[in-house]
Design a protein around this ligand. Structure first.
Ligand code: ADP
Ligand code: XUL
Length: 519
């Protein structure tokens, strides 16, 4: 009996896949490709296109399409795709794709002998997609907030105050600054719903979970918020179409997918969702009071909630979870790329970086930094700048420890503001394999840190969502065999560090307040 399930993750820097066997309850295959290495002709660096203006960050959606084609072709060489019974996926959140009215016809009449990207390239009303790293919509955020009657109203309805990277303000900017291209746009997708549409062979709606990252979706009504739509663009309800339940299949894979890659006609496609909502499942966070940190391009900290809080926290985002419950999330843009910047400046590989962290004392002898290598989301920093306090840029060991300590202190301080005080943390993402980073995390948060065997929690989470939907089992039963932690690999906090970090946290918070009042 066919029993494979495919989980995809179209993230900032790469496209990856996890294949699980639902009967044997195990991962059978993992693979991935880096956008910038594999597809240099799109001229991205780390998967993105930057501008002289540091607030502008886009990516070419056609690159994601070409990557999907290449990944599925290489998967078809390794596993029998006819044995895949269900597919789900994850996408970097907030990024938006603008398509012309011919897209549905084009998807319905694709030639399986030709690559996907070659047939879709005329269908984009906007060649590049603004992504989550874009911070260029401060003005649109202000006007959306005013239109809705203030940030508290917007936050209570949509789960977040207006945020530059969220899709509503991004659409508003596009509609106002490029009215002709906006008029030519018949469909607006998120990264998640865009990739899902390619598999389904027609444009599918945005799932409730990823919809909550747009400043456009009413959390309680589970429907678009009419006043927010009105503020962001004419005819937006039609361009977005209805949002859909993340737990219900949209239908079978398209004839193109069957003929080109060998999927079975009965293979079902589940709505794709955001990478953080999918990671929630991939890390087994289906109960209250569990916290996770994803150390990917961005660092995110999130937890699962069975009910909405009476009052939404303005410094965090409240999303609908793929379980149809809720999740709280804080996003820090200066994640892996900031750690990489320090590593590169010091001329080290990751091993050398870890050795440098390990060679220094917790608390860095009182030195610390504010690590804003680029604009930051939490706290809101629009002018990049690294502020050193009691440490020097040419002290490589101190810089390596300093960037990690700063990130962990900031996460801990701002999570506490949002009401999250983790009793233990599960980690995922590219940097989660680095034990030196995890030791600083355990020491700063003063709680145990568990790393799951798989580093791509988002792709696994997508696969587990499809498993749950195809078996209609409980979430516990879906995740149990995949997300158990190995207690022997647990990183324990060193209690001797508690005082050091309590005092450093106070200094860090004061320096952050001072810097923000100047910036
Ligand atoms: P995303 O899903 O956002 O594209 P990933 O979760 O794949 O990102 O993480 C990619 C990042 O992981 C790279 O940018 C790199 O900085 C980081 N990384 C990879 N290996 C290590 C390591 N050994 N130590 C620290 N960071 C690492
Ligand atoms: C979350 C966020 C990022 C992206 C990319 O709000 O902006 O974590 O999802 O990973």
């Amino acid at each position: 009996m066919p029993s494979l399930i495919l989980g995809l993750d179209s993230s900032t820097q790469s496209l990856s896949a996890v294949v699980i066997d639902k009967d044997e309850r195990r991962i059978v295959h993992e693979t991935g490709m880096q956008f910038s290495d594999r597809f240099p002709h799109y001229n991205t660096v780390d998967g993105v296109l930057r501008d002289d203006d540091p607030t502008l960050v886009h990516a070419p959606p056609l690159m994601w399409v070409e990557a999907l084609d290449q990944l599925l072709l290489s998967l078809a060489d390794t596993i029998n795709l006819a044995d895949v019974v269900a597919i789900a996926g994850s996408g970097q959140q907030h990024g938006s794709v603008y398509l012309k009215s011919g897209m549905n016809d084009c998807l319905a009449t694709l030639d399986p002998k030709q690559a996907l990207h070659l047939q879709l390239r005329e269908q984009f009303a906007r060649a590049t997609a603004p992504i989550w790293m874009d911070a260029s919509t401060a003005d649109e955020c202000q006007r959306l907030t005013d239109d809705l009657g203030g940030s508290d109203v917007l936050c209570q309805h949509t789960g977040s105050v207006a945020v530059e990277r969220f899709t509503g303000p991004q659409i508003k900017k596009f509609a106002e600054q490029e009215p002709a291209a906006y008029a030519e746009t018949a469909h607006i997708c998120l990264v998640s719903s865009f990739i899902c549409s390619l598999l389904a062979g027609r444009i599918v709606g945005i799932d409730y979970a990823d919809a909550t990252g747009m400043n456009l979706f009413d959390l309680r009504q589970r429907d678009w918020h009419a006043a927010a739509l009105d503020s962001c663009g004419a005819g937006l309800a039609d361009k977005l179409q209805s949002a859909i339940d993340p737990c219900r299949f949209v239908g079978a894979v398209s004839p193109y997918m069957q003929q080109r890659y060998g999927f079975h006609a009965g293979c079902q496609v589940l709505p794709f969702s955001g990478d953080n909502p999918c990671s929630l499942i991939g890390l087994g966070l289906i109960d209250e009071d569990m916290t996770a940190i994803s150390l990917g391009t961005s660092d995110t900290l999130f937890g699962h909630m069975t009910a909405l809080p009476a009052q939404m926290s303005p410094c965090a985002h409240t999303f609908i979870a793929p379980t149809n419950h809720y999740m709280l999330l804080l996003c820090f843009k200066n994640g892996s790329l900031a750690r990489e910047a320090v590593r590169r400046d010091c001329g080290l590989d990751w091993e050398g970086f870890s050795a440098a962290v390990d060679s220094t004392e917790p608390g860095n002898n009182g030195g610390f930094m504010l690590p804003w290598f680029e604009t930051e989301i939490v706290p809101r920093v629009m002018q990049p700048g690294v502020h050193l306090h009691g440490m020097k840029a040419d002290d490589h060991n101190a810089m390596c420890r300093g960037v990690v300590e700063a990130q962990m202190l900031s996460m801990n301080i701002h999570a506490a503001e949002a009401g999250l005080q983790p009793g233990s943390i599960r980690v995922t993402g590219g940097a989660s394999q680095n034990r030196s980073i995890l030791q600083v995390m355990a020491d700063v948060f003063q709680c145990p840190v568990d790393v799951l065997e798989i580093s791509n929690g988002a792709a696994l989470g997508a696969a587990l969502r499809a498993l749950q939907a195809s078996e209609q089992c409980s979430w516990d039963a879906a995740v149990a065999d995949f997300t158990a932690v190995d207690e022997r690999r647990r990183v324990m906090p060193r209690t001797a560090c508690a005082d050091v970090y309590a005092s450093l946290a106070a200094q860090y918070a004061a320096a952050e307040r001072a810097a923000l009042s100047v910036v």
